[in-house]
Design a protein around this ligand. Structure first.
Ligand code: FES
Length: 179
C-alpha cells in the first residue's frame, strides 16, 4: 500500500509571510512578554492623512480600537464584527411607519417587528444574511438622518443616506426609504 503525503493548504500565516506583506507585518499577542503587547492608544494617536483603519475581532478588542481611534474621522474606521454585542437590541422598539418613496405607500412596523419582516408581510422581500446588523446585505437607500441606526456595518457618512433594515428603526414615527 502506498501512502501519499498530504500537502497542507496554504493558510493565513503563509499569505502574511509572502514577500509583499511580510515587511509590514507585526504580531502582537495578549499572552507572553508584556513588552510585545499592542498599545492601541500609542499606535492610533496620530493619523497620517488618507490612512484608513480596518479592524475585525472579538467585541472587547473592537471596542478598544474604537476607543483609541475616537479622534479619527468617522469614515476612516472600517469594522467587521464576529457577532453583534450581546446587549445589542435588534428588534424591539416603538412602532413606526416605513414610507416607501418610489412606491408611494406606507408600511406599518410593529413594536416587536423588524422593518424586513414588515416589508415581507406586504410582499416586498429584502435580502438578508446575518440579521444582526453585521453584514450589510439588507442595507437600502433612505433617510438615514431619520433612522435609529442599530447596525455595526455602516460608516458615519453612509448612515446619512442608508439604513440596515434587519435591525434599525425610525427615530420618530416615520422612516423614508428609496423603495
Ligand atoms: S442582514 Fe446583515 S446587516 Fe442586515
Amino acid at each position: 500500500m502506498r501512502v501519499r503525503a498530504q500537502r497542507r493548504a496554504p493558510g493565513l500565516c503563509d499569505a502574511l509571510r509572502a514577500p509583499a506583506l511580510a515587511p509590514h507585518l507585526r504580531l502582537h499577542l495578549d499572552q507572553g512578554d508584556a513588552s510585545q503587547r499592542i498599545d492601541l492608544r500609542a499606535l492610533l494617536a496620530e493619523r497620517a492623512p488618507g490612512t484608513h483603519l480596518y479592524v475585525c475581532g472579538p467585541g472587547g478588542f473592537m471596542q478598544a480600537v474604537r476607543d483609541a481611534s475616537a479622534h479619527w474621522p468617522e469614515d476612516a474606521l472600517h469594522a467587521e464584527y464576529f457577532a453583534a454585542p450581546t446587549d445589542a437590541n435588534t428588534t424591539t422598539g416603538l412602532p413606526f411607519m416605513l414610507k416607501l418613496a418610489r412606491r408611494g405607500i406606507s408600511v406599518p412596523v410593529a413594536a416587536d417587528q423588524t422593518a424586513v419582516d414588515a416589508l415581507h408581510e406586504v410582499g416586498i422581500d429584502i435580502p438578508v444574511s446575518c440579521q444582526q446588523g453585521l453584514c450589510g446585505t439588507c442595507v437600502v437607500e433612505g433617510d438615514g438622518e431619520g433612522a435609529e441606526h442599530r447596525d455595526f456595518c455602516l460608516t458615519g457618512s453612509e448612515r446619512r443616506h442608508k439604513v440596515a433594515l434587519c435591525c434599525s428603526r425610525a427615530k420618530g414615527t416615520e422612516l423614508v426609504l428609496q423603495l
